[in-house]
Write a protein that binds this ligand. Structure first.
Ligand code: CP
Length: 302
């Protein structure tokens, strides 16, 4: 694992090591004593991912460099690659990048000599979200084999769905997709089940927001979504006693999920966000060590 661009970059052992580190960060404070800088280059909107990276960096005592694309030299015609190379030249030790292009990493990684973490690539990949989703499930059930996990919603346009489906399959869970047929991937090999079956089958049911911003053509919008495809109060009552509800956020309350269920006993929505900090601390530490930017002598227990 040199960079973290997609789930493909991680072996199962890498994933389990990240879970162990995240678990360690939940119970003890580790800091990096060497001065390091992390550049958080978010060219697309973010609340959770960006903020949890900043918190993860600060907890590790890495200095977080902020970047506002609307106030940057992007406005003067600077390219994505030149922006990234600028941060590397100025002194960043690790880069976190989110961009609307699916394949931005292919044009960036060959030219950069510090670790890069994908904070979201178009509709293609969101590996750190998939790690925190899988970690949340692992905390709950302690295993993946034999679990039925349903991801329901706009699969085709969701980078979270693509990465989470991939990681959960890699970890051995039984995966299903649900939602409007028009929002399913044409090439997806995951079995489709209607939402009324999904609620009865799922051990973990992950709802997704409709990705309106990635619907290039009209005609993909779905009317009466909540009643037809969403997690209504009535459907929640059909779920197994032990089943959990997940959502990567942001949530459109009353569309993919009834608003009251976001705070329900089954909901792990806020746990996912909290786990995002520990998972991102673990990824930062693992990559900085892998690149030899830090070693054990630069890590101190507080
Ligand atoms: N889940 C997620 O990526 O949220 P943000 O867009 O707020 O970062």
């Amino acid at each position: 694992m040199k960079h973290l661009i997609s789930v493909d970059d991680m072996t199962t052992d890498d994933i389990l090591e990240i879970f162990d580190l995240a678990n360690q960060f939940q119970h003890e404070q580790l800091v990096i004593t060497k001065q390091l800088f992390a550049a958080n280059l978010f060219f697309e909107s973010s609340t959770r991912t960006k903020t949890s990276f900043v918190v993860a960096e600060r907890k590790l005592q890495i200095e977080a460099l902020d970047f506002q694309p609307e106030q940057s030299s992007i406005n003067k015609g600077e390219t994505l690659l030149d922006t990234v190379k600028t941060f590397e030249a100025i002194g960043a030790d690790v880069l976190i990048i989110r961009h609307a292009f699916d394949n931005w990493a292919e044009t960036i990684t060959p030219h950069i000599s510090i670790p890069i973490i994908n904070g979201g690539a178009g509709k293609k990949d969101h590996p750190t979200q998939s790690l925190l989703d899988a970690y949340t499930i692992y905390q709950e059930f302690g295993k993946f084999t034999g679990l039925n996990i349903v991801i329901a919603g706009d699969i085709k346009h969701s980078r979270v769905a693509h990465s989470s489906l991939e990681i959960l399959e890699k970890l051995g869970a039984n995966i299903y997709v649900s939602g409007p047929e028009i929002h399913m991937d044409e090439i997806s090999h995951y079995p489709y089940i209607p939402i009324d079956e999904a609620v009865e089958l799922a051990d973990a049911l992950m709802l997704l927001r409709i990705q309106h911003e990635r619907h290039e053509a009209s005609g993909e919008e779905v009317g009466n979504y909540h009643a037809r495809y969403g997690l209504t109060i009535e459907r929640e009552r059909q779920m197994k006693k032990s089943a959990i509800i997940m959502h990567p956020g942001p949530v459109n309350r009353g569309v993919e999920i009834d608003s009251s269920l976001v705070e329900s006993k089954r909901s792990r929505v806020f746990k996912q966000m909290k786990n995002g900090v520990y998972i991102r601390m673990a990824i930062l530490l693992k990559l900085l060590k892998k690149w030899g930017i830090i070693d054990e002598n630069d890590i101190e227990k507080r």
